[in-house]
Write a protein that binds this ligand. Structure first.
Ligand code: NAD
Length: 468
C-alpha cells in the first residue's frame, strides 16, 4: 500500500531539507492497540518512578540543546540567536510541572465521617493523541506530554510536517531515561483523514491539539460521535494590546515591537493589534519606528539576525494579503527605512516587519490571525472604547494593558474577554498559571496544576468499615 511522503521545505531557502514517510492506513490502526498495551502496565507504575524518568529525560534534553536549536532554526526559520532559549524554557517549564505533580495528581479526601474512608483518586485517562504545531514545538509539546506521562498515560505524537524530528529525539531520549517501550509512539502525517481515523478509534481517550482553528474544528468534529474521548484545543489568537496615556512611550514601544515581531510574529500570543490612547498616538508611532530601525531581517543562521523568514510561502502570502487589503482600505504604511527590510536574502519567505496606522475593524489585519511581523496601530479615545474594541473579536487567547496605574490595570483586566490578561508585559505563558483560550482560541487548559486535569479521570471511593 502506498504511503504519503512528507517533505519539509526550508523557510530560508524554499528548498526541500527533509523527507519522512507517513504511515499506511493498516499501520496507523495498530498504533492505538500498541498504545493501549503500553498503557496497561505503565499506568500501574508509581508517580515517584514516573517523576524520576521525566527528570532524567529533561536533563538529557537540556544537554542536547545546541544541536536541537540548530535543527529548529533550519526547519522553522527562527533566528539561531533565539532557538536554544526555546529548549531551555521548555525544560524549565517541564521542571515546574514536575515540581507540582505530587500536589496536582494526589488524592483528595472527602468529609471525615466515623467508620468511613472517603476519597477521590486521580487516575490516568488512557492513551492520548497529541497533534501539535511547528512554531514553538518543544514548548507546546511540554504542555501535554509532561502531564500525560506523569499521570501515567501512554501517548501517540504527531508533529507538524514542518518540524518532524522533535518526536524522534523525544522518543529516543525518554527511552534512554528509562521510559518503557511504546509509552511514547509517534507518526508523521499530513492527512486529516488519517488523523480522523485515530480520533474515532475507541482506544484513544484524549486528543490534545495545538494549531489553527480550522484544524481544531476538524478534530472536534471527528470526536463528536464519541462520548468517551476528550478534546483539548489550543488554537489561534488575535491578541490586542492597549497603551494607556500614562505610559513611557519608549519603553512601551520596545515591548510592543518585541511582542509583535518576535519569531516573525508567529506566536499564538503575539501582539496582533495595538490600540493607543489618542493623545499618545503620534509619539508612540514615532517610538515604534525608532525601535524597528534597530531590527535585522535576514538569514536565520546568522547570529546577528533578529527576524528570520516566515514559515512558508503560503504564510507569507496571507500576511501580505492582510497588509495589501489594509492599505487598499485606507491604512498607511508607516514602516521606517531599514536596509535589511529592503533587501533580505532572495530565496526564502522573508516578510519585512510592517507598521500600519489608520487601521480599523473592517480590515482583516485587525480581525483575522495574521501570524506575521505586522504592527497595526489604532487610535482610541480612552478605556471604554479600548475595551470594546479589544473584545470585538472571535478570539480570546491573551490581551495586554499598559499603564502606570496598576490598580486600574487590574480593573480593566476584569473586563477583557481572554484567558490570559497581562498588565505591562505580553507574549508570555507562565507555567504556574493556566494557559487557556477563551472563545474560538481554545477549550480546556494546560499548565499550572489545573493543566493536569484533562489527563486524569476522577474516581470516588466510599469505603465503609465492615459492621462489627
Ligand atoms: N493556543 C496555543 O497555545 C497555540 C500555540 C501554538 C500555536 N497555536 C496556533 O497554531 C497555529 C499555527 O500552527 P499550524 O500552522 O501548525 O496549525 P495547523 O492547524 O495547520 O497544524 C497543527 C497540527 O495539526 C495538524 N493538522 C492540521 N490540520 C489538521 C486537520 N484538519 N485534522 C487534523 N490535524 C490537522 C498539523 O499537521 C499539525 O500537526 C496558529 O493559529 C497559532 O496561533 C496556538
Amino acid at each position: 500500500m502506498s504511503v504519503e511522503k512528507l517533505i519539509t521545505i526550508s523557510p530560508a531557502t524554499n528548498k526541500p531539507i527533509l523527507e519522512r514517510n507517513g504511515l499506511s492506513q493498516a499501520d496507523l490502526e495498530s498504533l492505538p492497540t500498541v498504545a493501549n498495551e503500553a498503557f496497561k502496565s505503565y499506568s500501574k507504575s508509581t508517580l515517584t518512578d514516573r517523576q524520576a524518568i521525566v527528570k532524567k529525560a529533561l536533563k538529557l534534553i537540556g544537554e542536547k540543546k545546541d544541536e536541537l536549536a540548530r535543527e529548529l532554526t533550519e526547519q522553522m526559520g527562527r533566528p539561531i540567536a533565539y532557538t536554544a532559549k526555546e529548549i531551555t524554557t521548555a525544560v524549565a517549564r517541564a521542571e515546574y510541572l514536575l515540581k507540582i505533580s505530587d500536589d496536582a495528581l494526589g488524592p483528595t479526601d472527602g468529609e471525615a465521617e466515623k467508620g468511613y474512608k472517603r476519597y477521590i483518586k486521580k487516575v490516568p485517562v488512557g492513551p492520548v493523541l497529541v497533534l501539535f504545531a511547528w512554531n514553538y514545538p518543544y514548548l507546546i509539546l511540554v504542555n501535554s506530554l509532561i502531564p500525560a506521562l506523569l499521570a501515567g498515560n501512554s501517548v501517540i505524537l504527531k508533529p507538524s510536517p514542518q518540524t518532524p524530528t522533535i518526536v524522534e529525539h523525544v522518543q529516543k531520549i525518554f527511552l534512554e531515561a528509562g521510559l518503557p517501550e511504546n509509552v511514547i509512539q509517534y507518526f508523521h502525517s499530513g492527512s486529516p483523514s488519517q488523523i480522523e481515523t485515530l480520533v474515532r478509534n475507541p482506544i484513544i481517550q484524549l486528543v490534545c491539539f495545538t494549531g489553527s482553528v480550522a484544524g481544531g474544528l476538524a478534530v472536534q468534529r471527528a470526536a463528536s460521535d464519541r462520548v468517551a474521548v476528550r478534546v483539548g484545543l489550543e488554537l489561534g489568537g488575535k491578541d490586542p494590546a492597549y497603551i494607556r496615556s500614562d505610559v513611557d512611550v519608549k519603553w512601551a514601544a520596545e515591548e510592543i515591537v518585541d511582542g509583535s515581531v518576535f519569531n516573525s510574529g508567529q506566536s499564538c500570543c503575539s501582539v496582533e493589534r495595538v490600540y493607543v490612547a489618542e493623545e499618545l498616538h503620534d509619539e508612540f508611532v514615532a517610538a515604534v519606528q525608532e525601535v524597528l530601525k534597530g531590527y535585522i531581517l535576514g538569514d536565520p543562521s546568522d547570529p546577528k539576525t533578529n527576524i528570520g523568514p516566515v514559515v512558508s510561502k503560503r504564510s507569507a502570502d496571507t500576511i501580505r494579503s492582510h497588509i495589501k487589503q489594509a492599505l487598499e482600505k485606507g491604512a498607511k504604511d508607516a514602516t521606517p527605512e531599514n536596509d535589511s527590510f529592503k533587501s533580505p536574502p532572495s530565496d526564502g519567505n522573508y516578510v519585512a516587519p510592517t507598521l500600519l496606522t489608520g487601521v480599523n475593524h473592517d480590515m482583516d489585519v485587525m480581525t483575522e490571525e495574521t501570524f506575521g511581523p505586522v504592527i497595526p496601530i489604532m487610535k482610541v479615545k480612552g478605556d471604554k472604547e479600548a475595551i470594546k474594541l479589544m473584545n470585538d473579536s472571535q478570539f480570546g487567547l491573551t490581551a495586554s494593558i499598559w499603564t502606570k496605574d496598576t490598580k486600574k490595570g487590574h480593573e480593566l483586566a476584569d473586563d477583557v474577554e481572554a484567558g490570559t490578561v497581562f498588565v505591562n508585559r505580553c507574549d508570555y505563558p507562565s507555567p504556574d498559571l493556566a494557559w487557556i483560550g477563551w472563545k474560538d482560541s481554545g477549550k480546556g487548559q494546560t499548565l499550572s496544576k489545573f493543566g493536569f486535569d484533562q489527563f486524569v479521570k476522577l474516581k470516588s471511593y466510599h469505603v465503609k468499615d465492615y459492621p462489627k
